[in-house]
Ligand binder design. Structure first.
Ligand code: HEM
Length: 120
């Protein structure tokens, strides 16, 4: 028997959709980054982040968005903004009762995207 994937341990499609929704709404209330999302199509961004998280954690979903470097290039995103997004990820995971080990794994996976997102 193989180990369950992070996707499975997070709670699969239903849970990850809820996490992506809470994440967007937490960003929209976070004073460090909220201005970045004022013109966003909430449902569209939630859907793309949902797909991204599923795909990155071993789920069967295809990610239909652009790669991280292409999306964030030219936005001049600071270290502080990047940390604010990581903070919000933890808030969303804890709001949905995700386990400590799974929080740490997802946080590290996202932290590792830093080079494609900060000041690119
Ligand atoms: C690990 C960190 C991050 C991940 C996984 C991530 C992921 C994504 C994804 C999947 C999209 C949609 C892609 C598309 O439109 O094709 C997106 C869009 C976006 N991201 Fe990020 N992102 C991260 C960090 C950040 C940071 C630090 C900021 C700055 C505050 C930021 C600002 C944005 C904005 C403004 C959009 C466009 C929203 C829109 O289309 O209205 N992201 N991000």
């Amino acid at each position: 028997m193989s180990e369950p994937t992070l996707y499975e341990r997070l709670g699969g499609e239903e849970k990850i959709r809820k996490i992506a929704t809470t994440l967007f709404d937490t960003h929209a209330k976070n004073p460090i980054i909220s201005a970045r999302y004022v013109n966003s199509d909430r449902d569209k961004v939630i859907q793309l982040v949902f797909e991204f998280l599923c795909n990155a954690t071993g789920g069967p979903q295809n990610y239909t968005g652009r790669d991280m470097l292409t999306v964030h290039r030219g936005m001049n995103i600071s270290e502080q903004e990047f940390m604010a997004v990581l903070d919000d990820i933890l808030v969303a995971l804890q709001a949905h009762g995700v386990g400590q080990r799974e929080q740490e794994e997802l946080l590290l996976a996202n932290f590792n995207l830093r080079g494609d997102i900060v000041r690119v």
